[in-house]
Design a protein around this ligand. Structure first.
Ligand SMILES: [Zn+2]
Ligand SMILES: [Zn+2]
Ligand SMILES: [Zn+2]
Length: 154
């Protein structure tokens, strides 16, 4: 798996800063640190793992509650996604992209926990919505999380 170069990281953080600004939010230093940590992580992290890592290089400990709030902010700005199945968070792979963000579909390797984010074509999302409606349910979240095995583990 490729490592994140520092120039790539700077680009991503710049883009993130702009995106928050456009959406009327503020990527504070603390939020930026959480995002940086998420971008550098190769695996999805739980809020507690994020808190642990933040507190490792910080003398002042950050309570889990504020970590949740920072993660919520990043999620609402689509910089980070929440994997409901694992109750963990992962940085968006499209932060530097100019295209609009699609409904994400996550392929999760059940062996090494590697996650790949791909977009679901609009037509499939619509079909999904339709079949849910036909069953008299309402779709609250069309994000898909699929159990997979990656090429390295296969
Ligand atoms: Zn994304
Ligand atoms: Zn993209
Ligand atoms: Zn794997």
């Amino acid at each position: 798996m490729e490592t994140l170069s520092s120039s790539r990281l700077t680009t991503l953080l710049d883009k993130a800063l702009n995106r928050c600004h456009q959406q009327g939010g503020k990527l504070t230093q603390k939020r930026e640190r959480v995002l940086k940590l998420m971008l550098q992580s190769r695996k999805p992290l739980s809020a507690y793992e994020v808190a642990d890592q933040l507190n490792k290089d910080n003398e002042q400990s950050i309570p889990a509650m504020s970590v949740y709030r920072m993660l919520d902010f990043l999620v609402s700005n689509q910089l980070v996604h929440k994997l409901s199945s694992a109750n963990k968070y992962i940085a968006c792979s499209h932060i530097a992209c100019d295209h609009s963000h699609q409904v994400p579909q996550f392929l999760i390797c059940s062996k090494c926990q590697k996650v790949k984010e791909i977009g679901i074509p609009k037509t499939i999302v619509e079909q999904l919505q339709q079949s849910v409606q036909e069953a008299d349910f309402q779709l609250l979240n069309s994000q898909l999380e699929l159990d997979c095995i990656c090429q390295d583990c296969a």
